[in-house]
Design a protein around this ligand. Structure first.
Ligand SMILES: *Cc1c(COP(=O)(O)O)cnc(C)c1O
Length: 369
């Protein structure tokens, strides 16, 4: 399969130094030398999460860690409030329900943020809510929810938070401890710019208290109690329950080192600059943005379909003539928007210039194809 430049909202293109780790000979996932590399990786992750909470490196997609978070924290029949303004918010509802959790959903329209005042009013009216879950960056619309304000409202009511930070952590400020995020989930292959396969999850002391009171079992592997047990019991030798993909962890470690060396603020700014170049450049080419600037994340830009042509034709053209991959809309936004990611190498000038050049080429020459 040909490699296209990835300007999709994940997975993202990783730097060569990160990819090189994937080609190294296989290391066993246990023993003191490996465990030192593993702990370094956890330590780098804690710096990016800005947390002193426990942090585990689950093997699997982000969805596995979300499943683990819901099932470990809540027992079947307990009630969670889910805030949704898009596909990934709705996905949280499906995951929670599949764990037997009762869900109440506060929805906001696609392209708009979740309003913290509505949350405050809702939480006052319902004292049965045992946890709040939401998506930080709703990747399906490019909207960044006002997490600091939402978390403050949850704190007022003492409601623990499960956060899907799959496409935001590492890309925008998200001080987990300062904002009081109890269970924070991300993946290696979005803002952390490493290959897919790993899902870091942090767990606050308050989350542990609730998990310890939860007597319902949620399987074995996707259960935070299992991961804590092995972190304690086999600490120096094998502090996790199963085999780990050591090359993936080395690659993530290399990318984290690079992020921390550049300093978090610089790494965040890189995304802001890329998003700005793409948004302004596409506007100059006659496109309208789906989310207004004040709610748009610097990590994914959703762009409204142009009235004069089909989104699918543009996506196809960029792929075939320019070797660039961008995404279409999901679910009810299919055909109505396209999405450009700004994570990983997509934040580079090389990639944003290639995208704007490709779109300009399409606008000029589309009649010829
Ligand atoms: C990509 C994404 C997911 C899904 O992640 P997987 O690793 O495929 O499970 C979940 N939530 C958000 C916000 C995402 O962007």
């Amino acid at each position: 399969m040909k490699h296209y430049k990835l300007l999709i909202p994940g997975p993202v293109d990783a730097e060569d130094a990160v990819l090189a780790q994937m080609a190294k000979p296989i290391l066993p996932h246990y023993g003191t030398e490996w465990v030192e590399l593993y702990h370094q990786t956890i330590n780098y992750l804690k710096q990016v999460f800005q947390t002193e909470n426990d942090l585990f490196l689950l093997v699997g997609p982000g969805t596995a860690a979300l499943d683990m978070a819901f099932g470990s924290l809540l027992a079947p029949g307990e009630k969670a409030l889910i805030l949704s303004n898009g596909f990934f918010g709705d996905r949280l509802v499906s995951i929670a329900r599949a764990c037997g959790i009762e869900t109440t959903v506060l929805s906001s329209p696609l392209g708009q943020i979740i309003d913290p005042q509505r949350l405050r009013a809702y939480l006052r009216s319902d004292s049965d809510i045992r946890a709040l879950a939401l998506v930080h960056h709703e990747t399906s619309t490019g909207v960044l929810n006002p997490l600091a304000e939402i978390a403050a409202v949850a704190r007022e009511r003492g409601v623990p938070i499960i956060l899907d930070a799959v496409s935001s952590l590492g890309g925008v400020p998200l001080p987990v401890d300062e904002w009081g995020i109890d269970l924070c989930i991300t993946v290696a292959n979005k803002c952390l710019a490493a290959p897919p396969g790993l899902a870091p999850i942090s767990v606050s002391p308050r989350a542990w208290e609730i998990i310890d009171r939860n007597t319902a079992t949620h399987g074995w592997y996707l259960n935070l109690k299992t991961w804590r047990k092995y972190a304690d019991m086999w600490a120096g030798f094998h502090p996790y329950p199963t085999t780990l993909p050591t090359n993936n962890i080395l690659a993530l470690r290399a990318s984290l080192r690079c992020i921390l060396d550049s300093e978090l603020e610089t790494w965040y700014a890189r995304h802001r600059k890329a998003a700005d170049r793409v948004r302004r450049g596409l506007e100059e080419l006659g496109f309208e943005m789906f989310a207004p600037d004040e709610h748009a994340s610097p990590l994914t830009t959703a762009v409204k379909a142009h009235p004069e042509f089909e989104v699918g034709d543009l996506i196809q053209f960029l792929k075939e003539k320019h070797g660039l991959l961008v995404s279409g809309g999901i679910a009810e936004l299919a055909g109505k928007i396209f999405r450009v990611g700004h994570m990983g190498k997509a934040a580079s000038r090389e990639y944003t210039d290639a995208l704007l050049g490709g779109v300009a080429d399409f606008i000029q020459h589309r009649d010829l194809f």
